[in-house]
Design a protein around this ligand. Structure first.
Ligand code: PEP
Length: 251
C-alpha cells in the first residue's frame, strides 16, 4: 500500500511574517496523523525558520532545488548535506521552471537526484511535457527521456527512496489541470516504464500529479489508481486549500 504524499511548493513567495501565519493555520487545521504525508517546500532562506515552526508536527520539510555537487566553490548553490543539516527530508529536482527558465538539462537533474539520495534526502523528480509536445503526440517520449536519464544514472532501486511528480507544463499555474484520465494514462506509463526494470520498485513508487490542483479537483485526481497524491503550487499558499487537498489524499 503506497502512502499518499501532498507536497506544497511555495516557489519564490512568502516572508517571515507570511510564513508564520501560513504555518500557524496549517498546524491549527491539520489532524495529528493525516493519512497522507504532508510536505512543505519553502524558499531556501526560510527553511530553517519554517522547520522550527513545524517541528514535531505532521509536516515534513522539503527544499525546492539542490546542487548536483557535494561541496566547494559553487557560489550561490546549496548542497544536499546542507539541506539535511537544516532539517529537510525531501527536495524537488527538475521542476519545469528549473528546466525551462534556468536551462537545467536531463543530465544535470539526474546528478541532482543522485546527490540528494547520497545524502539521505528523498528527491521528488518532476517530469512532464510542454503543450506543443502533447499536441504533437510526444508526451510519452518526453516523460520517458526525462525518467530514463535518472534510472540510468541511479538505477531503479534508487526510487525506493524517491518520488516522481508528473507535472504537465501546460497545467502548471494555468488553472487548467489535466483531466484525471489524462493524468492516469501518464502515471500508468511511468509505472510500467519503471516496472520494465524492477516490478517491485514500480509497485511501491509514489507518483504525484501536479498542475493546478485545488480543493475542488483534488479528490477526482487522487481517485485514479496510479495517482498517489499531488505536488501543489499556488494552492499550497492558502492553508484551507492545502488542508482540503491533504484531506482528499487521505480519503
Ligand atoms: C508546481 O509549480 O509544481 C505546480 C503544480 O503549480 P500549480 O499548482 O500552481 O499549478
Amino acid at each position: 500500500m503506497r502512502r499518499p504524499i501532498v507536497a506544497g511548493n511555495w516557489k519564490m513567495h512568502g516572508s517571515r511574517a507570511e510564513n508564520a501565519r501560513l504555518t500557524e493555520e496549517l498546524l491549527a487545521g491539520c489532524p495529528a496523523q493525516p493519512r497522507a504525508s504532508a510536505v512543505v517546500c519553502p524558499p531556501f532562506v526560510y527553511l530553517q525558520e519554517v522547520g522550527r515552526l513545524l517541528r514535531d508536527s505532521a509536516f515534513s520539510l522539503g527544499a525546492q532545488d539542490v546542487c548536483a555537487d557535494a561541496q566547494g566553490a559553487f557560489t550561490g548553490e546549496v548542497s544536499a548535506a546542507m539541506l539535511r543539516d537544516t532539517g529537510c527530508e525531501y527536495v524537488l529536482v527538475g521542476h519545469s521552471e528549473r528546466r525551462l527558465l534556468y536551462r537545467e538539462s536531463d543530465q544535470l537533474i539526474a546528478r541532482k537526484f543522485a546527490a540528494a539520495l547520497a545524502r539521505g534526502l528523498k528527491p521528488i523528480l518532476c517530469v512532464g511535457e510542454q503543450l506543443a509536445e502533447r499536441e504533437a503526440g510526444r508526451t510519452q517520449d518526453v516523460v520517458a527521456r526525462q525518467l530514463d536519464v535518472v534510472l540510468e544514472l541511479s538505477g531503479a532501486g534508487a526510487l525506493a527512496q524517491g518520488v516522481i511528480a508528473y507535472e504537465p507544463v501546460w497545467a502548471i499555474g494555468t488553472g487548467r489541470n489535466a483531466a484525471p484520465e489524462q493524468a492516469q494514462e501518464v502515471h500508468a506509463f511511468i509505472r510500467e516504464r519503471i516496472g520494465a526494470r524492477d516490478a517491485r520498485i514500480a509497485a511501491a513508487t509514489r507518483l504525484l500529479y501536479g498542475g493546478s490542483v485545488k480543493a475542488g479537483n483534488a479528490a477526482e485526481l487522487f481517485a485514479m489508481p496510479d495517482v498517489d497524491g499531488g505536488l501543489i503550487g499556488g494552492a499550497s499558499l492558502k492553508a484551507d486549500e492545502f488542508l482540503a487537498i491533504l484531506a482528499a489524499a487521505g480519503a
